[in-house]
Design a protein around this ligand. Structure first.
Ligand SMILES: *Cc1c(COP(=O)(O)O)cnc(C)c1O
Length: 336
């Protein structure tokens, strides 16, 4: 899964990096993302995993993107786009087993199943079926097992026409329920360094977030800091200003709660985070200089601030932290 600009890391670079793993195909959320992959020279299958607006079918089919369908009207749209563009219209059928946001209801397969094959035209190909788990990262395996049962019960009623590729597992499910892997898995967050739940091997670090120390100030007692003056020095302190703020996607909620690493050591973020600047208290630390790189996510020497630790502190999930970084943050790829 390389949607949302490769989970914020940069879709084209992610794709180039993953190519050595020889994936079957790539998953995106929108037709625009799929077209971007085609422009980048990707020739393997690209599946668009969200429902898309009616006017997106023609460009998708024309560039050989595989659409996913959640209702019979969408099946007809794929067929019509195939006829109009002269390309093959490829689609996967999503079966909703509890996620609720999209997909055909697995309980009503007797109603939509027989119609589905009829609505497809010779110009369109039903290539696969899938479902999406809502709780594969939780310790309780009950909901995921129940969804798997529902999915298979619907698949059985669709025989023989259910497409050739069956898939269900996101990263958490691929790690925790390898027996549900079927024909393909759809890993996302684990590739980008996000944990997929307790008791599962942690991912390797994939991305670090760093910012330069742009100023160091020695301040006396009673120096206020930042909007709202929510921090005030309690004695002589040394403050380091970092060139990163919420305008870069660094969560503002980490003001007075988050940390930064400098020379492998952890220092607290003090005051509110501004759009362009963040301040850390480096009182007592020797050797920090203007121009040094502070690490806000990732390892630095013996120190580490994990992506999931930052997400927890910010009251959100690793996905939102990663996809939140804005275009102002340069993405620098280090290849070995
Ligand atoms: C985003 C997405 C995934 C990947 O989920 P992760 O939790 O990041 O592994 C898999 N399948 C679908 C349909 C998705 O939308």
């Amino acid at each position: 899964m390389v949607k949302a600009d490769g989970y914020g890391l940069g879709m084209e670079d992610v794709v180039r990096t993953l190519e050595s793993e020889a994936p079957w195909g790539f998953g995106v959320a929108t037709v625009e993302e799929g077209l971007r992959l085609r422009r980048a020279g990707v020739t393997i299958p690209v599946i668009v995993f969200s429902p898309v607006s009616p006017d997106s079918y023609d460009p998708a089919v024309a560039q050989d993107l595989t659409l996913t369908v959640s209702d019979l009207d969408s099946v007809e749209r794929v067929a019509a786009a195939a006829t109009r563009t002269g390309h093959i219209g490829r689609f996967h059928v999503e079966i909703d087993t509890g996620m609720g946001r999209s997909g055909f209801d697995w309980r009503r397969v007797a109603e939509w199943g027989p119609d589905l094959a009829d609505r497809a035209s010779p110009a369109s190909v039903w290539e696969g079926c899938y479902t999406h788990f809502h709780s594969a990262d939780l310790e309780d395996d009950g909901p995921t097992r129940a969804q798997w049962e529902s999915f298979n019960s619907a698949l059985k009623r669709l025989e023989p026409e259910k497409g050739s590729l069956i898939h269900s597992c996101n990263a958490a499910a691929a790690m925790r329920y390898p027996t549900f892997a079927a024909d393909a898995v759809r890993p996302g967050i684990f590739l980008y360094g996000g944990c997929v739940g307790k008791g599962v091997a942690p991912p390797e670090e994939a991305a670090r977030v760093r910012a330069r120390v742009t100023l160091i100030r020695d301040v006396p007692e009673s120096t206020t800091l930042g909007y709202g003056a929510t921090y005030c020095s309690s004695g002589n302190e040394r403050w380091a200003t970092l060139g990163i703020g919420y305008g870069d996607g660094f969560p503002r909620v980490l003001g007075n709660r988050g940390n930064a690493l400098l020379a492998g050591q952890k220092f607290p973020i003090i005051g509110r985070i501004s759009m362009d600047m963040t301040v850390v208290d480096i009182t007592g630390a020797g050797g920090v200089e203007v121009g040094d790189a502070a690490t806000l996510i990732g390892t630095d020497g013996d120190g580490v601030i994990t992506l999931d630790e930052v997400a927890d502190l910010a009251g959100t999930i690793s996905y939102e932290i990663l996809t939140g970084f804005t275009a102002r943050m340069p993405r620098i790829w280090i290849t070995e």
